[in-house]
Design a binder for this molecule. Structure first.
Ligand SMILES: Nc1nc2c(ncn2[C@@H]2O[C@H](COP(=O)(O)OP(=O)(O)O)[C@@H](O)[C@H]2O)c(=O)[nH]1
Ligand SMILES: [Mg+2]
Length: 387
């Protein structure tokens, strides 16, 4: 399953985001270091199910809203100098290592300082928080490089292995690929003569490639629009969010007060409410209408579909009825990387199916496709296999 980390300084709203997205119980409090262990939960990306377009009735979606599971990790809060082990620095960085993509939750209301302590609205520039996360990550990678660099350079000159492979190997565990290293080296120059500044630049290039992230400009329910706009001007994917509103809506929905589907821009009240509750919900309604939703679902979708470039494919066993062998219509919606081929899909479904792959069929066109056909978003595919 795709793993997404939620990063940011204390009190930015990470745990609220996590809880809203997963509905797993976590501690939420207005003081630093609330999250000690990373919380892991299941969230979902939302996509439009293909059942309607195909004219079939499936049981996997809610009126065409199809949710596909991803893993979410609520990472320990980041404080300045985490790379030196301050706060829960090491845990923080270790947790992020597992993530394929990161949602950086930023307090767009500017009402928490660098350490997460409460201050007045707009007293902190949220753009600083973005810069600061990058700097911490860069310094962390730099320190690891620095510790190993002399040895790496020596080995490159002695052994006849491509430097990018050797460096990737030496940084094992950080998840850098040979391609990440090669591309990053290309940006800088002769690595055997790297100064500290160049090594830091190398660390930055590596981070950019390995640690892909989007920014959730959180607390929009109280953030001044100038601050949200400042964040939007960054050369990043920025999604305005209110984790707190999403959590309120999900909770109200769970308790039967409203009908609300994550990612919707509205909800329906379905139970008698008192005046105060009704007013609170109407206030929320205005905010999410204006923002086009709470942003939480959008943030998860952006990470998976835009940042990490996944697409959705529907494997079926019956290409005429779009069912599995038991007659379930469109039983699976799978997230696969853009560029995945039909044969690779067979392996992703099951190793045995991959090994015994014969050919694949595009169920929409009822046509055989080549083994190296690159899957497109919303393809419905039957794999023919002798397994
Ligand atoms: N107004 C507002 N407050 C929020 C929002 N998200 C989180 N908070 C509040 O910010 C504080 C810190 O939240 P928490 O999720 O524990 O932050 P974490 O330390 O980053 O995990 C809590 O008081 C939350 O209720 C939001 O979208 N809007
Ligand atoms: Mg927390």
């Amino acid at each position: 399953m795709i793993e997404i980390g939620i990063a940011g300084k204390p009190n930015a709203g990470k745990s609220t985001f996590f809880k809203a997205a997963t509905m797993v119980d976590v501690e939420i409090a207005n003081y630093p270091f609330t999250t000690i262990e990373p919380n892991v939960g299941v969230a979902h990306v939302r996509t439009e199910c293909v059942c309607r377009e195909l004219g079939v009735v499936c049981r996997e979606c809610v009126d065409g809203r199809r949710y596909i599971a991803v893993k979410l990790i609520d990472v320990a809060g980041l404080v300045p100098e985490a790379h030196k082990g301050r706060g829960l620095g090491n845990e923080f960085l270790d947790n992020l290592r597992q993530s394929e993509g990161i949602i950086h939750v930023v307090d767009a209301s500017g009402s928490t300082d660098a350490e997460g302590n409460e201050i007045g609205i707009s007293e902190r520039d949220p753009v600083e928080d973005v810069r600061f996360l990058y700097e911490e990550l860069d310094m962390w990678i730099f320190n690891i490089l620095k510790r190993n660099w002399d040895r790496i350079v020596r080995r490159v000159s002695m052994e006849k292995i491509p430097p990018s492979r050797l460096i990737a190997e030496q940084l094992g565990g950080l998840g850098f690929t040979e391609v990440h290293v090669k591309e990053s080296l290309r940006e800088i120059g002769d690595f055997t003569k790297f100064s500290d500044a160049e090594l830091l630049q190398f660390a930055r290039e590596l981070r950019k490639r390995r640690m892909k992230m989007i920014i959730a400009a959180n607390k929009i329910d109280k953030a001044p629009s100038e601050l949200v706009e400042r964040l939007k001007k960054l050369d990043e994917i920025v999604i305005p969010t209110s984790a707190e509103i999403e959590l309120t809506l999900r909770t109200a929905s769970k308790n039967g007060y409203i009908t609300y589907y994550p990612g919707d821009t509205d909800f329906k009240i379905v139970k008698e409410l008192n005046e105060k509750q009704r007013k609170a919900l109407e206030l929320i309604r205005n905010i999410i209408k204006e923002n086009g939703g709470t942003g939480v679902q959008e943030a998860i979708n952006k990470v998976v579909f835009d940042l990490l470039e996944y697409i959705v494919v529907y494997p079926v066993e019956d290409e005429n009825k779009y069912t599995d062998s038991k007659g379930n219509v469109l039983p699976d919606a799978m997230l696969v990387k853009k560029g995945t081929t039909a044969k690779e899909l067979a392996f992703l479904i099951h190793t045995d199916i991959g090994k015994n792959f014969i050919h694949a069929i595009d169920a929409r066109r009822k046509m055989r496709i080549s083994d190296d056909y690159e899957l497109k978003n919303n393809d419905v595919i039957k794999i023919v296999s002798s397994a």
